[in-house]
Write a new protein. Structure first.
Length: 304
């Protein structure tokens, strides 16, 4: 139990403001200046005798930190490869209560919360070039959040929605009786999962908040798995592919984040996966998500 005098906001503020902050501030100022002077190598602006050990210590620390983060991420990815699958399994936390629900109760969950594709439709409609009658492929559809948005926005468009969770697909199928919608299972951890899908099979591909939790047994395996998924989705998209996620998909540094016991995400930029693809790549933003839009060369020319 924390004593009341510590809970008072004034005491921690005094200690932090007048003791810790000044000490850390002036120490960092001195260290960074010595590193700068050492790197500058100007005879008239010589560093102190402590510069060499400071530079050496900082370089060793940065090297060890990089190695630690790499090894930590690699270890975590190996472990969470199985954990994440369990999270989204029938007995996992992802959809843990769905099996006991009635059909009406499942139907009530359809499309909740609102699909993250909606703000992108409003803000970037001209760039996306979605048109009524175009076909859509929703990869990792969950409870149909984006399916609901697309069905309403494009009443003549067919949608094929897939997800690794049969529980999630049950929610969609309980709510929707529409010939335009088809659903099916799909496990992105299988690199051959799109082998039966023809080139340009769908006008538009949407993947929302899936890629950051798509992980393999280690760093190299995760990058290979994600690169394969992105390249395959590029192949099957005739007009556009939209990958919606958090900032993790354009992160400049690789790192693994543990979110809960069986769910974690790996932050790493997916932009290099588009290298060599014959088209345009654009990064878009909404209030709570980042999206990477890819358009093949022909579609990119059509939208200017």
């Amino acid at each position: 139990m924390i004593p009341n005098f510590i809970k008072r906001p004034t005491l921690p503020a005094i200690v932090i403001r007048h003791l810790l902050v000044p000490a850390l501030f002036f120490a960092e100022r001195y260290i960074r200046d010595q590193i700068f002077l050492w790197t500058l190598g100007n005879r008239s602006l010589r560093p102190s005798p402590l510069a060499l050990p400071i530079v050496f210590a900082v370089r060793v620390w940065r090297y060890l930190a990089r190695q630690f983060h790499r090894e930590y991420s690699d270890f975590a990815l190996i472990r969470y490869t199985g954990y994440v699958k369990r999270h989204y399994s029938k007995d996992g936390r992802g959809y843990f209560s769905y099996s006991d629900l009635s059909q009406d109760e499942k139907a009530a969950l359809f499309g909740q919360p609102d699909g993250r594709v909606r703000p992108f439709l409003y803000a970037y409609g001209d760039l996306l070039t979605y048109a009524d009658g175009d076909s859509f492929f929703d990869v990792g559809c969950g409870r149909g959040q984006n399916v609901k948005v697309i069905l309403a926005a494009y009443p003549n468009s067919p949608i094929h929605a897939v997800d690794v969770s049969g529980e999630a697909l049950d929610v969609i199928n309980a709510a929707v009786r529409d010939a335009r919608l088809t659903t099916g299972p799909l496990d992105l951890s299988d690199p051959t999962v799109f082998s039966s899908v023809s080139d340009g099979a769908y006008d538009h591909v949407i993947m929302s908040h899936v890629l950051s939790v798509l992980i393999g047994p280690g760093l190299d395996a995760t990058h290979h798995l994600r690169r394969t998924a992105v390249r395959e989705l590029i192949r099957v998209a005739r007009k556009s592919m939209l990958i919606i996620d958090g900032p993790a998909i354009i992160s400049e540094t690789d790192h693994f984040d543990i979110e809960q016991k069986d769910r974690g995400s790996f932050a790493s930029s997916i932009l290099p996966y588009f290298d060599g693809a014959p088209g345009r790549v654009v990064v878009l933003k909404s209030s709570d998500s980042i999206a990477v839009l890819y358009q093949p060369a022909a579609s990119a020319r059509a939208t200017g």
